[in-house]
Design a protein around this ligand. Sequence first.
Ligand code: GDP
Ligand code: GDP
Length: 436
Amino acid sequence: MRKSVVAIVGRPNVGKSTIFNRLVGDRISIVEDTPGVTRDRIYAQAEWLNHTFHVIDTGGIELGDEPLLVQMRAQAEIAIDESDVIIFMVNGRDGITAADEEVAKLLFKSNKPVVLAVNKVDNPEMREAIYEFYSLGFGEPHPISGTHGLGLGDLLDETVNHFVDLPEPEEDDETIRFSVIGRPNVGKSSLINSLLGQERVIVSDLAGTTRDAVDTSFTRDERDFVIIDTAGMRKRGKVYESTEKYSVMRALKAIERSDVVLTLIDADTGIQEQDKRIAGYAHEAGKAVVIVVNKWDTIDNDETSMKEFEDEVRSGFRFLDYAPVVFLSAKTKKRIHTLLPAVVQASENHSKRVSTNLLNEVIVDALAMNPSPSIKGQTLKIFYATQVAVKPPTFVVFVNDPNLMHFTYERFLENRIREAFGFVGTPINIYARKRT
Ligand code: GDP
Ligand code: GDP
């Protein structure tokens, strides 16, 4: 089932990001040496009762120097376009302002369910203040306090009440779902078009999400693929379309539904900071990753330049050392045939299971090669390892004391496992657990 998306909208300073942070808590882990992924986040997962959903803080999407009213309209449009339920937030201390009324007008026309939250109601005496907000026309105002964490339960009860089941389109597990991410102008649309140009294409509107998710299925060499299109489904012409935060949010939405994420780089402009940030999102999500160097037609196309560029990619994207690098031109279609085999390989490795016997042989060999470390006179003992999950492959290593499993030793084990089983294209997780 697709997860519902909740957007928080309202004028500046009503407390949107305070509430956003309360809802998403610290769920997102920060992975070492992944560049700045979780800073300034505006899109994250939250949970309430038995619901898992996504939250957008629309206040985080700012449009340069545009006047306040333009900003607020754009944020309300994002909420309307991107979410299933909208939390409209106002400030109980200020009463209704002209800006609140502007936002209300837009939301009113949208036909999306709107839940009205009156923030900064920090104590019971202030509850009187909420009544005037009935006149906004969104039913019962819910008093909350972001600072004190009050009223959030009722607000969320009401919010999840509006969730409807959002089925994914049916397809079997063999289907490989992938998305294409990258900065503006790296060639995402061109790549998708040129992949699809050769195929019989079925474009399907996802039930309930016609506004954004156009999934395109095609078959190649008897394998079924679905492209989750972030590029083609851009809201061309909307004022917020070119803001970085907005494109990041779209990328995160697509990544979440993918098995494999193609991270595009422009050979012509070279690697930029934004490329690293965007690639970091795919890594953090635990998806299989293929790095695609596009516009290879603009480079003197010999082996040396390919090697040089790969070295640049490797040093720029250290956290993606498992991802294969493919060089191609979406425009001339040169080398484009090298792409899908890499996608298939990454996907197969992402869902690969290895036998427990073989795994433990590899661990025993690894221990013989590089005896486990000691910390303060205590030596790590490894008893047994087993694969507990796929997508991505996840291993648990049972040990005498997990604190003795140093990051570098874990890295060493990961490399041995990779050498033995060839997990090209997929991250793998290793957890040390105390044997009980
Ligand atoms: P945003 O611009 O809508 O995202 O608002 P922020 O979350 O940045 O909050 C604006 C200011 O209001 C900050 O100084 C917060 O500390 C404060 N604030 C947020 N929630 C509450 C609340 O429930 N009560 C009070 N008194 N202040 C709050
Ligand atoms: P997007 O913003 O990532 O979707 O990028 P587009 O697909 O819209 O492409 C941006 C620009 O790059 C367009 O002018 C394309 O024609 C150009 N472009 C895309 N792929 C290639 C390529 O392989 N080689 C060259 N030379 N130009 C390309």
